[in-house]
Design a protein around this ligand. Structure first.
Ligand code: CA
Length: 234
């Protein structure tokens, strides 16, 4: 059993080689990606325990990639950066990275950061949320931010998607209206219950066969909403 499964997103071959060699020698298994696009796909399909992400990539910026990963994954992200400037590190952390290592780094330093972030992960582990969530005929592909009803794609606005995604994260459990308002709309919208109801209404029109008798988006009066999960054990 490897100590952990590490995805390395790095375009410079000499760094990729150095990192892979040392991580494997220390007992980790390694998946490599040489650009952001491939890296994003590997986060979804290889489900790593930790991502080492170079900030300067040929196709798009590591900070943007970090933001995209955070839309569907809570995997620990350690940025590798040649830019020691504070503002780049801060934008990386704001985009959802957990930690950073400045190039050139020593192997011991890199290994110490990886261990620390994996350990932290074990301590406050939320159950990981799958990249693709299916319920009935509904499929929510969180890695691509796309929703399908049967084979047909359902086109959602950003807010509609975020609301559905938040319910999908807690699939089968009731999510309070306060939590939904905070997670989807953010600070300042604590009382925007009407917005929530309108968005649920529009979502039901898009994903339910009969929006008056919802099958997927259920209301628990006085508690909140849930995304229905069929009980397969019955
Ligand atoms: Ca680079």
């Amino acid at each position: 059993m490897p100590l952990g499964h590490i995805l390395v997103i790095e375009d410079e071959p000499q760094y990729r080689f150095l990192i892979q060699l040392n991580l494997e020698a220390s007992g980790y298994s390694v998946v490599l990606a040489e650009n952001a696009r491939t890296g994003l796909a590997r986060v979804a399909d290889a489900v790593p325990d930790l991502v080492l992400l170079d900030l300067m990539l040929p196709d798009f910026d590591g900070i943007e990639l970090c933001r995209q990963i955070r839309r569907f994954s809570g995997v620990p992200i350690v940025m590798l950066t040649a830019r020691a400037e504070r503002k780049d590190i801060i934008s990386g952390l704001n985009a959802g990275a957990d930690d950073y290592v400045t190039k050139p780094f020593s192997v011991d330093e890199l290994l110490a950061r990886i261990q620390a972030n994996l350990r932290r992960r074990e301590i406050d582990q939320d159950p990981p949320v799958a990249a693709v969530i299916c319920t009935g005929e509904l499929t929510i592909d969180r890695s691509q931010r796309r929703v399908f009803h049967g084979n047909e794609e359902v086109i959602l606005t950003d807010i509609e998607y975020r609301l559905l995604d938040e319910l999908a994260r807690h699939h089968g459990r009731v999510v309070s209206t306060a939590h939904l308002l905070d997670a989807v709309w953010g600070p300042g919208y604590e009382d925007a219950i009407k917005l929530l109801h309108q968005t649920i209404y529009r979502l039901r029109h898009k994903i339910e066969r009969n929006s008056h008798q919802p099958y997927y988006l259920l209301n628990r009066s006085g508690q909140g909403y849930l995304l229905f999960k069929p009980d397969l054990s019955a």
